[in-house]
Design a binder for this molecule. Structure first.
Ligand code: HEC
Length: 210
């Protein structure tokens, strides 16, 4: 009697496991908030791929598509991203590192950077393209080290911006690459590079290496 009751309970528990396994998608058993943020990252990754392909000339450049994709990323950065990382939420297949909660300030600043720079990219969608981008995979598409680009120097749009005093970045945005208002007025490649840099900075510090 006793034994069969245990068996039944075990059976029900097993069914429960199977049932919830049926709900998970491609993330090898992720559930709850972990699944939610993995799904968010995947959708952000898709938007980023759409933009990357256009910037690199693999698909036709379309400012509207760029703007929509960048706005999508912006809308999923900042709070929308960091709120999906409640303290110590590393379960199942999560690739999140505990460092996230040891340096929450840095982590949430990177999430905020993503929001801000993706927003700048959306604003830059209609700007003239930067030249010579194709096949420049992996490097900064601009090939510039911050402030000394001919593209930024002497650009009247780029001069002393009164907004820069209230810059969101630590250190006051010495580099135009750290200044969303400057990026919004540059070729979209500039803000794109900054967004890509933000993704990889956060992954380098806070995501397990594959
Ligand atoms: C603030 C930090 C941060 C930023 C910014 C960030 N990510 Fe992530 N990303 C993570 C973390 C942490 C994980 C691992 C989450 C987990 O497994 O719990 C991750 C996971 C991913 C994954 C794997 C999802 C999966 O489960 O298959 C992709 C794809 C991804 N990110 C793409 C991007 C792209 C593209 C950008 C930039 C547009 C970006 N991320 C920006 C922190 C970040």
């Amino acid at each position: 009697m006793q034994k069969s009751r245990y068996l039944m309970i075990a059976g029900v528990a097993a069914l429960g496991l199977i049932g919830s396994a049926g709900l998970v998608s491609g993330h090898g058993g992720a559930t709850g908030i972990v699944k939610e943020r993995m799904d968010l990252m995947v959708s952000v990754g898709k938007a980023m791929k759409t933009i990357t392909d256009m910037i690199q000339g693999e698909t036709e450049f379309d400012a509207e598509t760029l703007r929509e994709s960048a706005n999508f990323i912006a809308a999923h950065g900042g709070e929308q991203m960091s709120r999906l990382f409640p303290e110590d939420s590393i379960e199942g297949p999560s690739e999140a590192l505990p460092a996230i909660w040891q340096d929450w300030e840095r982590f949430s600043a990177l999430a905020e950077d993503l929001r801000v720079f993706a927003g700048a990219l959306a604003q830059a969608a209609d700007n003239p393209r930067g030249g010579n981008m194709h096949g420049n995979r992996g490097n900064s598409p601009i090939g510039m080290s911050s402030g000394d680009s001919p593209m930024t120097r002497g650009n009247p749009m780029m001069g002393s911006n009164p907004m820069m005093g209230g810059n969101r970045m630590m250190g006051g945005g010495q580099s135009p690459m750290d200044d969303p208002d400057a990026l919004a007025n540059m070729p979209p490649e500039a803000a794109f590079a900054r967004v890509a840099q933000t993704c990889s900075a956060c992954h380098t510090e806070f995501r397990k290496k594959q």
